[in-house]
Design a protein around this ligand. Structure first.
Ligand code: R5P
Length: 282
């Protein structure tokens, strides 16, 4: 039985189709004081796979409620799939007195899960914060699927050294091209500085890949740098297209050819499904 969080309904339906498992219909309500209430109908025992991206604080609570509800409804095993793990970037206490938020949320989720899967977490090590076995599913290769067949002498770039493996994975899945990375310095939550890579991009197609697009600052800076250097077309690919605030507009104005994200976060650009990659690990 596949059970969807309210923010992951499309992915949960795709997963149910790939696995040929029934999809239950949870209800998502809210009390007058703002508290959420996610509930599921009764079902026969067996495995319940709860699919819920924790894209907001409400989504975190909803996931905890669904895990609890499926047990109450008779599930013998609860597998929790967190396609996008919110708070995953807070994987350390960055100053004295700060929490390790990724660990805090992982501990809470662990209380209701027998097994956890998450897709391309910002740092793979966050899997160790969960008590049951937690698996990081790598779905980055699927980002090559929507790219045009005939890219012009392509370069696959990551906006910082930490995402190099993602650019390489997309290049390998595409089957041709050079890879490189920018140097990124983050000045604030919305300001980043990008230093160009050495690779010559003039007249070439460039695919920039990152794990997350949040405010779009990183990607729009990368596109600006590429434009100054005479790039032909820029395609943006990312696993988790959060696209908060005016990110989509920023990127469109920067002149990108296309943005391709996955359905770990359900947005208009989420054209790539990670359902087959999750199904392979279940
Ligand atoms: C950070 O290291 C991540 O990999 C992304 O580059 C970052 O989260 C993107 O954020 P934004 O879109 O706000 O620049």
């Amino acid at each position: 039985m596949i059970v969807s969080g309210s923010a992951s309904q499309s992915l949960a339906a795709s997963l149910a189709r790939v696995l040929d498992e029934p999809l239950t219909t949870p209800t998502y309500d809210r009390f007058p004081d703002g508290e959420t209430l996610a509930a599921v109908p009764e079902f026969e025992g067996g495995r319940a796979t709860v699919v819920a991206s924790t894209v907001s604080n409400d989504a975190h609570i909803e996931l905890l409620q669904l895990q609890d509800a499926v047990r109450e409804a008779g599930a013998e095993e609860v597998v929790t799939v967190i396609p996008y793990m919110g708070y995953g970037r807070q994987d350390d206490a960055f100053e004295a007195g700060h929490p390790i938020s990724a660990r805090a949320v992982a501990r809470a989720i662990s209380t209701g899960a027998d097994r956890v899967l998450t897709v391309n977490p910002h740092e793979r090590d966050v899997c160790e914060f969960f008590e049951p076995t937690a698996t990081a599913v790598d779905a980055a290769g699927r980002l090559a699927e929507p790219l045009p067949d005939a890219l012009e002498d392509p370069v696959f770039l990551s906006p910082d050294a930490g995402a190099t493996h993602l650019a390489e994975t997309v290049r390998d899945a595409y089957g041709a091209g050079e890879t490189d990375y920018f140097e990124k310095t983050r000045r604030s939550g919305t300001e980043v500085e990008i230093s160009p890579s050495d690779v010559d991009v003039a007249g070439r197609d460039v695919v920039v890949t990152d794990d997350i697009i949040a405010t779009g600052s990183t990607m729009s800076e990368a596109v600006a740098v590429l434009s100054e250097r005479g790039v032909d077309r820029v395609f943006i690919t990312c696993v988790h297209p959060l696209l908060v605030r005016n990110a989509y507009t920023k990127l469109s104005r920067a002149g990108v050819e296309a943005i391709y994200g996955t359905d770990t976060v359900e947005r208009p650009v989420s054209s790539v499904s990670v359902a087959p990659a999750i199904a392979d690990e279940l």
